[in-house]
Design a protein around this ligand. Structure first.
Ligand code: SAH
Ligand code: SF4
Ligand code: F3S
Length: 445
């Protein structure tokens, strides 16, 4: 054994999966997981820069770790992910004791850099490597308690949303060959995974570099692999959600009845200022097409409130869009200016108090909508893929419907990975409760 590693992870699913990849690389080198930061010989902070708050968490963690490093100078500390990419050398100015600063696309170089870190501290690599991003057979250390496996299908983002730091931290879009992705899915099915989630910041734009096959082909290929019962993909951009993808979703029973489709705002003027590439009408048209092809599909979204120049009437257009679409989940954020993005240069005339008040109003409305839609499920029997013990009550199980709703239920003889028919008995805004149905008569919901 080389020593022990610990990785703290912030941010999106892509970052979570990058941590799984780095853990795989470290275990391949002979490191074992540590039980805590204090026990680690290699300590990585895999960071997110999407909003100022996310970035502040990293600096707070660095403050805590400095003491550890002082007591044990041989400890190797690295910052990886989006803050590493954004801040680069500046991180070393703030924390000169850091050993490694690695951008998301340089994480594959971890073995090399770790070897060098022993002699030379303070290595920064923020190269946006285009090649060798997804070496076939790359070791990945997935959480064995998870029933779902993440699979990267593309990296980067070519969009130019004016508020967003991601294109800068993740670089230009690069897709992985379709054959490699399917090979990984086959391997995962062999390991017993029932559910895969394809990851990309703009996953609808997936294009196999060898065959030019798109996301629809990838979905068909994965659905043909026996053992794979559920397929999800994230994140979808409304503009790229084209008919072939919708068609594949409608045809393939393995593709889940849920889509995360970030809208950001309900106002066409604000959407133009955000440079999202669609307006309110186009978004609603995409939702209508989707619902026609996949009746009952569940939708979730992201919303930014208080974008510079957002007036009360424009904010109300977002509220009315939420009422119209009736999402099952909304992730809402107060706009946070990101250094170097075009929106950061805009005069921001929306007072902080107003932004927060809008966020509260939006969340209250969404809570009501979710309660109403979940209440309609009481009495229905749904198929639940069991994930593990419930967070609230370890004597109960928690799992998800294909529509991504969390269901808690008691049950003997149930194991993670089972698909169980559960009759819903109670509904809250964020989860459902139920009982195992006497017969296996699950409806898809
Ligand atoms: N690729 C995805 C989302 C990436 S970031 C997409 O295009 O939808 C995840 C979410 O964070 C975004 O959908 C957006 O709602 C939010 N976000 C991004 N930048 C932000 C900023 N500067 N301030 C507040 N929220 C932001
Ligand atoms: Fe950011 Fe827009 Fe790309 Fe999403 S599509 S990652 S919001 S630039
Ligand atoms: Fe955050 Fe980077 Fe993901 S900024 S949301 S970790 S792509």
């Amino acid at each position: 054994m080389k020593g022990r590693y610990w990785i703290d992870t912030w941010g999106c699913q892509m970052n979570e999966h990058d941590s799984e990849k780095m853990a795989g690389v470290l275990e391949g080198l002979g490191y074992l997981p540590a039980a805590s930061r204090e026990e680690a010989d290699v300590l990585l902070l895999n960071t997110c820069a999407v909003r100022e708050k996310a970035e502040e968490k990293v600096y707070a963690a660095l403050g805590q770790i400095e003491g550890l490093k002082r007591r044990r100078p041989e400890l190797i500390v690295g910052v990886t992910g989006c803050v590493a990419q954004m801040a680069g050398d500046a991180l070393l100015q703030r924390a000169p004791w850091l050993d490694l600063v690695l951008g998301p696309r340089a994480e594959g170089r971890l073995p090399d850099l770790l070897a060098r870190a022993a002699e030379r501290r303070g290595i920064v690599d923020t190269t946006l490597y285009q090649d060798g991003l997804f070496p076939p057979g790359q070791p990945v250390r997935r959480d064995p308690a998870r029933v779902k496996a993440y699979v990267t299908v593309m990296e980067g983002c070519n969009k130019t949303c004016t508020y967003c730091i991601v294109p800068r931290t993740r670089g230009r879009e690069v897709s992985r060959p379709l054959a490699d992705v399917l090979e990984e899915v086959r391997r995962l099915a062999g390991e017993g995974y029932r559910e895969v989630e394809f990851l990309g910041q703009n996953v609808n734009a997936y294009r196999c570099p060898a065959t030019r096959a798109g996301l629809a082909d990838l979905l068909r290929g994965a659905a043909a692999i026996s053992g794979i019962e559920r397929i999800r993909f994230t994140t979808s951009h409304p503009l790229h959600l084209r008919p072939p993808i919708i068609q594949a979703m409608a045809e393939l029973p393995q593709v889940c009845d849920h889509l995360h489709l970030p809208v950001q705002s309900g106002s066409s003027r604000i959407l133009a200022a955000m440079r999202r590439g669609y307006d309110r009408e186009l978004y609603l048209a995409r939702v209508a097409a989707l619902r026609e092809a996949v009746p009952g599909i569940s939708l979730s979204t992201d919303v930014i409130v208080g974008f510079p120049g957002e007036g009360e009437a424009e904010f109300e257009e977002t509220l009315s869009l939420l009422e119209t679409v009736r999402f099952d989940q909304v992730y809402s954020f107060v706009y946070s200016p990101r250094p170097g993005t075009p929106a950061a240069g805009l005069p921001d005339d929306v007072p902080r108090g107003v932004k927060i008040e809008r966020l509260m109003r939006l969340q209250a409305l969404q809570r009501r909508i979710q309660l109403e839609s979940n209440a309609r499920l009481v009495g229905r029997t749904v198929e639940v893929l069991v994930e593990g013990p419930s967070r609230r009550d370890a004597a109960e199980w928690a799992g998800r419907t294909t529509s991504n709703r969390v269901v808690n239920f008691p049950g003997a003889g149930v194991r993670p990975g089972d698909r169980v028919a559960v009759t819903i008995t109670a509904a809250g805004p964020n989860s459902l409760r139920g009982e195992v149905a006497p017969r296996r008569a699950a409806a898809r919901s």
